[in-house]
Unconditional design. Structure first.
Length: 169
């Protein structure tokens, strides 16, 4: 196996759920070169590719569908912040989460839709139809949180989105 392919496979193992652009940046390789080696790794079954939430992510083959989806979400700072907030503070009202995290309610709802889809968060409704958010799989989630080290470019994109939210809402 070539040195480049070994580096790509090692990067994916070290950062499960890494997206394509970050892989290219981290390895300082041409995108076409990375695509070529990823195709070979996928053919061998050494890497799993999945398109989730607008990005192509790569995983070692031992991660199941739920774990892959969760890792792709946890690589987004805002989704990660929402989940950590609920893990630390327990069930909370959406307005409080949005206010405390300083994000627009629409941004919160976008991330909640995906967190709910992956069974990380649930919306509970009271008799008065008041919504409360709660983490659904805290132990599993905390374990996967330990595998995420957000990169500077990822954090910058998320923070730019928050800045735009504050300016517009």
């Amino acid at each position: 196996m070539t040195e480049s392919r070994v580096r790509i496979e090692r990067s994916i193992a070290d950062s499960p759920g890494i997206h394509f652009r970050e892989l290219v940046r981290r390895l300082d390789l041409a995108p076409g070169q990375v695509q070529y080696h990823l195709r070979r790794l996928r053919e061998r079954g050494a890497v799993v590719e999945e398109r989730l939430y607008g990005r192509t992510h790569y995983y070692p083959p031992e991660y199941d569908d739920w774990e892959r989806g969760v890792l792709s979400l946890l690589r987004r700072e805002t989704a990660r912040d929402v989940l950590v907030y609920l893990l630390e503070r327990g069930p909370s009202r959406p307005g409080a989460v949005a206010d405390d995290l300083d994000i627009a309610r629409s941004t919160l709802e976008w991330h909640l839709d995906h967190l709910i889809e992956r069974d990380l968060v649930e919306k509970r409704r009271s008799q008065g139809n008041r919504v409360t958010l709660a983490a659904t799989r805290p132990a599993d989630t905390v374990e996967l949180l330990g595998e995420i080290e957000p990169t500077l470019p990822d954090r910058m994109v998320d923070r730019f989105t928050r800045l735009v939210d504050r300016l517009l809402y």
